[in-house]
Design a protein around this ligand. Structure first.
Ligand code: UD2
Length: 350
């Protein structure tokens, strides 16, 4: 009898074990289905999480069949410049890409590119040239939406824009400190992305207004996080870069650190990447302000700190932000965008 009892107990235990395994398996599958449904719902629901983005961008690059273009080579090309960073991000120079091929890849994706530009106070005088030249060179043939932040909405010039391109004026208060105008851009870019752009814009570029386009700036510049090398320092040792050098600042870059010096006058990338950049720089700027610190070059210093830790996935050469007062160096085969010569005393509020 005890033997029979023993067998019965073993059998009962085995059945119980099987039931437990079956239960775990079924409930796990149910959870997977549920979480998938929740994710799908979150994707459809526009008002759910202010930090959630629908990624329309596809990493998959499809080229039209039978497209003819110059044969690429891996042994011939530019030898006067470096076209890749040590973390293997491309550095975009004239002669390193095929614009026809890139446009053919990106056109079917139907992407929308936003551009932000601030024209506060007397800087409104630069807006007309900026907008007119953008029409000629900035993502020509693509959907572009320019957001102009200004305290003088009535003075925004009427510039004829091609089909698929539009402009929105964003009123902002004026300020009596240029440093504040420049630095507050991060906060306003963050808010613009959260409130207006997410879910219907793919890429964004944030540009200085006191500049003009002189050559193509297009699909070759697209990437996750895109930084532009500052034209003033690209031949210098890193010890000469004007990073913020006070350890107490959140923008601090220690001696011996830093890859390149990037400019605050042009940066961009995928919407969610630029959102994170703007949000982080704004938070760090505000934390500095609480302890009475303003970084050496305001948001540009914070941007440089950010890019040191968060490596850009694409780097644009100084072709993408030159300065008119500088003579052209031999490696600059084309100037695409350049800052105009300005008299700071005449145009800044302080
Ligand atoms: C550099 C950067 C700039 C910014 C600044 C540090 C480049 C080429 N420029 O330029 O992006 O990082 O250092 O603060 O990298 N603005 C107005 N109204 C004003 C003042 C400024 O609208 O009264 C806006 C405007 O869009 C201007 C931008 O802020 O283009 C930057 O100001 P800036 O051009 O005077 O700064 P700058 O030349 O020192």
């Amino acid at each position: 009898m005890p033997l029979i009892n023993g067998k019965a107990v073993t059998a009962v235990l085995l059945i119980a074990l099987l039931l437990v395994i079956l239960y775990c398996y079924v409930s796990q599958s149910y959870r997977v289905v549920l979480s998938f449904q929740e994710k799908s719902k979150a994707t459809e629901d526009d008002t759910s999480d202010p930090e959630a983005f629908v990624t329309r961008h596809e990493l998959h690059l499809v080229s039209p069949d039978h497209l003819r273009y110059k044969q690429p080579s891996i042994v011939q090309g530019r030898t006067d410049v470096v076209a890749v960073t040590p973390w293997l991000a491309p550095v975009v120079w004239e002669g390193t890409f095929d614009s026809g091929l890139l446009d053919s890849i990106y056109r079917p994706k139907n992407i929308t590119v936003a551009a932000t530009v601030f024209a506060v106070g007397k800087y409104i005088m630069f807006l007309k040239d900026f907008l007119e030249t953008a029409e000629k060179y900035f993502f020509v043939g693509f959907r572009v939406h320019v957001y102009v932040f200004t305290d003088r909405p009535n003075e925004v010039p009427q510039v004829k824009m091609a089909a698929g391109r539009q402009l929105t004026v964003m009123p902002v208060p004026s300020s009596n400190r240029w440093q504040e105008i420049s630095a507050r851009r991060m906060e306003l870019i963050q808010t613009l992305i959260e409130k207006k752009l997410r879910n219907h814009t793919d890429y964004i570029f944030c540009l200085d207004v006191d500049s003009k386009f002189h050559g193509r700036w297009g699909t070759e510049s697209l990437g996750g996080l895109v930084a532009v090398i500052h034209p003033g320092y690209y031949r210098n040792e890193r010890s000469k870069f004007p990073y913020e050098r006070r350890p107490a600042s959140r923008a601090y870059v220690a001696p011996g650190e830093g890859d390149f010096y990037y400019c605050g006058g042009a940066f961009g990338g995928l919407l969610q990447e630029v959102h994170l950049l703007a949000k982080t720089c704004r938070q760090n700027f505000e934390a500095d302000a609480k302890v009475g610190i303003e970084a050496a070059w305001q948001e540009e210093s914070h941007l440089n700190r950010y890019m040191w830790i968060n490596k850009p996935s694409k780097v644009l050469s100084p072709e993408y932000l030159w300065q008119d007062f500088k003579s052209k160096n031999p490696e600059i085969q084309i100037i695409r965008f350049s800052g105009v010569v300005k008299n700071y005393a005449d145009i800044r509020p302080n």
